[in-house]
Ligand binder design. Sequence first.
Ligand code: ITT
Length: 186
Amino acid sequence: MKIFFITSNRGKVEEFSKFLEPLGIEIVQLNYGYPEIQSQSLEEVVRFGIEWLKDKVPEPFIIEDSGLFIEHLNGFPGVYSAYVYKTIGLDGILKLMEGVENRRAYFKSVIGFYYKNRSHLFVGVTHGVISTEKRGTFGFGYDPIFIPEGSKKTFAEMTIVEKNKLSHRGKALKEFYKWLKENLKY
Ligand code: ITT
């Protein structure tokens, strides 16, 4: 089965492809921009995105919205993660966190799957801490400064398979995988 992934982020596509490979699913990236509404909720952003896209792109398709929520910064950058990454970047975040003891943060991922005129949402959350310096070269985005709970490595020091086992996206993908197995009789 072929599933279109509407995203500009190649890293996300690689993580999806690796996870869904055992089901024989081919993820095809479609870089088709869609409006991300101003909302405090990733779920709302995804629901709106699907509604906007459903008559414009081939089916079945997925979109995914994610964000990094830092406790000391009251959840910032959260739903603004992509914008903050492009503007102040990792160095900007590390600067905001200089000398801060409470480094707790979490990543959240919401996958939206549109199939046979219906939307299905799958959610994953991973708690961890913001490192004091950038480490690692794998992955994308905030990976070099996020250490998931129970690990000493940042996400950027892990292979895709290792990261998928611990990450927010991996957890959402696990739910999606279960749904596909149950509903599409894989
Ligand atoms: P889309 O085209 O799919 O929207 P995007 O990169 O703009 O791709 P989002 O809108 O979901 O993605 O924004 C999420 C931001 O959080 C973005 O800057 C990502 O790099 C970052 N992010 C999301 N998941 C991440 C992960 O697993 N590791 C590191 N950074 C992540």
